[in-house]
Design a protein around this ligand. Structure first.
Ligand code: ADP
Ligand code: MG
Length: 376
């Protein structure tokens, strides 16, 4: 009997030219380890597509099949409508940049970039022209004669990127490209890489386990688990409208309330939970009496010392933890049921603490479009 694929079908942005199409691809290692499970995917020209998921969920395996380093057990890969499933990696117009980006230490920046072009026996003048163009792109003209160890981590990363772009691949694959950099450098390098990628207009599939990296770099992301796609969409859609508990949990911070649908109307739903009653300002596909989870992000919760009006969308708690992050502070409040809820307040002024300290009682409240009702 045929079973429906677990993977979410991908939502291709309308009316854009498709570069890469993957149809029902599966990889089983050693006859038993299902690393990628019936994944379909469409990537349009110029897009940066992010594969996001925890360690071992199959991201690298999927990427390696695109590169041709791994043969799929099932399924097909098309590049510009040409079936490339059986084409060897070196004949694919695809380049992969690895996490350990391995610049040749004994070669200068210039020679590192020229390396692949020389191996392809391009004419000398053409090599020089391309290397100069790549150096400008990476803003590293001044450093052309330096060795990799004479560059900062971010500069080395830029060399590695333009080196993989020098052969003008149609598709660039990035596997955890910034894994080796520290947080601050990662953030600035993320934007630099996106600028370079957009300037040359190359299509890109990016693998990362870091959700902020996926959100800042990619135009669409696929959240992966156990070899399949849980959700595919633009970063803000996946963040604001996760389709399952698993996605809500994986992307960002979330408070999860367990409850039962009480009123189920076309324009609103109410969900009764032990801590509070949620009034959701739109209809959902559920039914009265159904058990659901309500996901509510900490930044959507406001704190006050005064009891909110009405009976919905608030609960009381005791401040049990205050975590200061500089730009914002997260307050942990324990409700009468023992559940701890996180509320995040922006530190808009230098007068911190919004008047709350450990042991204080306060009210958390939120508006009726702040939460997501999840049925799976
Ligand atoms: P990720 O990149 O998301 O961390 P991988 O694609 O590397 O995940 O791995 C997915 C699963 O496949 C893991 O269970 C991993 O142990 C397994 N796996 C990866 N490569 C091989 C291989 N060459 N042989 C056998 N199993 C592998
Ligand atoms: Mg990996």
């Amino acid at each position: 009997m045929a079973t429906a694929p677990k993977s979410q079908t991908d939502s291709k942005p309308a009316e854009k030219e498709v570069l890469l199409r993957v149809e029902g691809i599966t990889k089983i290692y050693d006859g038993t380890i299902k690393a990628v499970d019936d994944v379909s995917l469409t990537v349009t020209k110029g897009e940066i597509f992010g594969l996001l998921g925890g360690s071992g969920c199959g991201k690298s395996t999927l990427l390696r099949m695109l590169a041709g380093f791994e043969q799929p057990t099932k399924g097909r890969i098309f590049l510009e409508n040409q079936d490339i499933t059986n084409i060897p990696s070196y004949q694919r117009p695809i380049n992969m940049m690895f996490q350990s980006y391995a610049l040749f230490p004994h070669l200068s920046v210039w020679e590192n970039i020229a390396f692949g072009l020389k191996r392809d026996h391009l004419p000398k003048e053409q090599i020089a022209e391309r290397v100069e163009a790549m150096l400008s792109l990476a803003q590293l003209n001044k450093y052309a004669q330096r060795k990799p160890h004479q560059l900062s981590g971010g500069q080395q990363q830029r060399v590695a990127l333009v080196r993989s772009l020098a052969k003008r691949p149609k598709l660039l694959l990035l596997d955890e490209p910034l894994g080796a950099l520290d947080k601050k450098l990662r953030e600035s390098t993320q934007l630099e890489l996106v600028n370079i990628i957009e300037e040359v207009g190359v299509t890109c599939v990016l693998v990362t386990h870091d959700q902020e990296e996926a959100m800042t770099m990619a135009s669409r992301i696929a959240v992966m688990a156990e070899g399949y796609f849980l959700q595919v969409g633009e970063p803000d859609t996946v963040y604001e409208m996760p389709n399952s508990r698993q996605v809500a949990d994986f992307i960002g911070n979330v408070n999860m309330f367990e409850g039962v649908i009480e009123e189920d109307e076309a324009d609103h739903v109410t969900v009764r939970c032990p801590e509070c009653v949620h009034y959701v300002g739109h209809g959902i596909s559920g039914h009265q009496g159904q058990s659901v989870s309500v996901a509510l992000r900490p930044e959507k919760i406001m704190l006050s010392k005064d009891k909110p009006a009405g009976e919905y969308n608030w609960c009381e708690g005791e401040v049990v933890e205050i975590v200061y992050f500089g730009d914002h502070t997260t307050y942990h409040l324990k409700t009468s049921t023992g559940k701890v809820i996180k509320a995040q307040e922006m530190n808009n002024t230098r007068d911190l603490s919004c008047g709350l300290t450990w042991g204080d009682r306060a009210y958390m409240h939120w508006n009726d479009l702040a939460m997501v009702v999840l049925t799976q």
